[in-house]
Design a protein around this ligand. Structure first.
Ligand SMILES: NC(=O)c1ccc[n+]([C@@H]2O[C@H](COP(=O)([O-])OP(=O)(O)OC[C@H]3O[C@@H](n4cnc5c(N)ncnc54)[C@H](O)[C@@H]3O)[C@@H](O)[C@H]2O)c1
Length: 262
């Protein structure tokens, strides 16, 4: 019998879920009634998370080693997740990396391609290989994790800006295709500003290892004067994953403390 909650009985696959935002999303979706497939390059981290979730919510979580840049790995992970969870109704394309901080004249194809592969190509693979199962679920939802950096640029962030803008627009293409096909699959993007996860480690290093100083610096352009918590993003993903958002598709959600309102 399905556990109660806002996503009761649903089956979610979350990439890059060994830590950071993906971990928070996995806990939230599982506590709200979904079964969750947590995937990551860091297989040990994904397994530890699934074990912790299962200790609280028996048989709610499954873990898979997964490099999201590898299309063959997508085929196998989606197949295994569908078999283990008895279907797939939610895909969260969350795995992502930052880029080297370099201005365009110094940028390299290696930096550019590395970030494109993890942040953009993975989203195309995920939408492609999950779609048949999301359609079969009768009410599917794709949530693509972009960034405020997909909507506003910053010097030295060219490769990352370009990937997150691509995810923003590709989300709309998939949403319109699904709507045109009457598949009952929705696709939306989420755009966080700085959130406390390991992805901010380079900023802490730049502040000489002083975390509070780094967070204070990162908060300066944010009207709410602080950086975000992983659950600030996870709550938005929960809404988009649930049927509460059944009339919402092709939309972007800024989780940015008011930053892009300026
Ligand atoms: N935290 C922020 O400030 C912030 C802001 C805006 C957007 N984002 C986006 O949110 C998403 C999650 O970021 P986070 O903050 O949790 O970062 P994080 O570094 O804490 O977690 C990212 C996870 O992705 C995994 N990963 C990296 N490359 C992978 C690959 N090739 N295949 C599979 N997994 C891989 C990592 O092992 C890690 O567990 C990313 O797409 C990121 O760009 C984060």
């Amino acid at each position: 019998m399905a556990r109660p909650g806002r996503v009761a009985g649903k089956q979610a696959l979350i990439t890059g879920a060994a830590g950071g935002l993906g971990e928070a999303m996995a806990w939230m979706l599982a506590r709200e009634g979904a079964r969750v497939a947590v995937t990551d390059l860091n297989a040990g981290g994904a397994e530890a998370l699934a074990a912790a979730i299962n200790a609280e919510l028996p048989a709610a979580a499954f873990a898979y080693a997964h490099d999201v840049t590898d299309e063959a790995a997508w085929v196998s992970v989606v197949e295994r997740a569908v078999a283990d969870m008895d279907g797939l109704s939610i895909l969260v394309n969350n795995a992502g990396i930052g880029c080297d901080f370099v201005w365009s004249e110094q940028d390299t194809l290696e930096n550019w391609r590395r970030v494109q592969a993890v942040n953009v190509e993975s989203v195309m693979f995920g939408c492609k290989h999950a779609m048949p199962h999301l359609r079969a679920s009768g009410a599917g939802s794709i949530v693509n994790i972009s960034s405020v950096a997909g909507l506003a640029a910053a010097p030295g962030m060219g490769a990352y800006n370009a990937t997150k803008a691509a995810v923003w627009m590709y989300t709309k293409t998939v949403a319109l295709e699904a709507a045109k096909g009457d598949w009952n699959v929705r696709c939306n993007s989420v755009h966080p500003v700085f959130i406390k996860t390991p992805i901010l480690d380079p900023f802490i290093a730049m502040a000489g290892g002083d975390e509070a100083k780094a967070h204070e610096r990162l908060s300066r352009g944010i009207p709410l004067k602080r950086i975000g918590e992983p659950n600030d993003v996870a709550y938005c993903v929960l809404y988009l994953a649930s049927d509460e958002s059944k009339f919402v598709t092709g939309a972007e959600f800024k989780i940015d403390g008011g930053m892009l309102a300026q």
